[in-house]
Design a protein around this ligand. Sequence first.
Ligand SMILES: NC(=O)c1ccc[n+]([C@@H]2O[C@H](COP(=O)([O-])OP(=O)(O)OC[C@H]3O[C@@H](n4cnc5c(N)ncnc54)[C@H](O)[C@@H]3O)[C@@H](O)[C@H]2O)c1
Length: 270
Amino acid sequence: MNLNLQGKNALVTGAGQGVGRRIAMELAGEGCNVIVNDLFQDRANNVAQEILESGYVALALQTDICDPIQVASMFAKSRDAFGPIDILINNAGVPPQIRDGTAGRPMFISSTVLEQQEMVNLNVHGTMHCCREALPDMVARRNGRIVNIISEAGRAGEPRLAIYSGAKAAILGFSMALARELGPEAITVNCIALGATEHEGIKSGPLNPSAGPEFDEQRAKIFKSYPAAQGLGRLCSPEDVSAAVAFLVSSRAAFITGQSLGVSGGFHMQ
Ligand SMILES: NC(=O)c1ccc[n+]([C@@H]2O[C@H](COP(=O)([O-])OP(=O)(O)OC[C@H]3O[C@@H](n4cnc5c(N)ncnc54)[C@H](O)[C@@H]3O)[C@@H](O)[C@H]2O)c1
């Protein structure tokens, strides 16, 4: 299937590892010029380098997407390098202290206002800041694809992830409203809802693909809460997500907007 993505300009937030890294590589492989954004310069550099070494086009841009001034500057730099953004993937959604294991997963009643602000700021405001910067060019050119990476936690709710669930649900509502506003401009906005996804960037814990037997018990618990994924025999991989993203941003998905697609082995069915 020809996705007609050759020469499109794509920006992927939080692309320095995990799901975002794989999305950036998939879009580059389809012929997009990819802006690899991350909070950490070295992560963004490494992924951009990987893409360049594979013979495709990428530019690393370190930016904290929670800061609207930095986001405006990132879009200005991307425009200078490649031209207007055609495809925006809002992927960053996990504060680094959760991913590196230095923060826990408290019940809401034990969580702090700071944790709440950080999670909402990254997911909700970060996504909105990037859309705000991407949209004027998309509207002017009547051309644009936005995919927001959410979680099944935002569609079904997950204990110990109440703030995260709420923030992801907010992105879903925002995306549906944007899809309605932008339909007349031929711009599509969709969400992809993930279940537990294993990848190399999860330093410690059961979702690191090479996690040792000390995590067997936790993996078994995760599997138990994903009966459908258990039926498919595994958890989600970044490749499962990037394939769905590539389709949704392609010309083949021109009539799909305002949807949330579960890439979660059937964790949540509608
Ligand atoms: N991994 C899972 O199990 C899972 C499950 C459901 C949903 N998701 C969603 O998928 C998306 C990607 O998840 P992941 O597991 O690959 O995440 P990750 O944390 O492993 O990697 C994402 C990258 O985002 C970057 N980042 C964090 N804050 C940033 C900021 N302020 N500005 C720019 N970059 C920033 C990090 O540095 C990191 O390199 C997230 O939206 C997450 O909520 C993941």
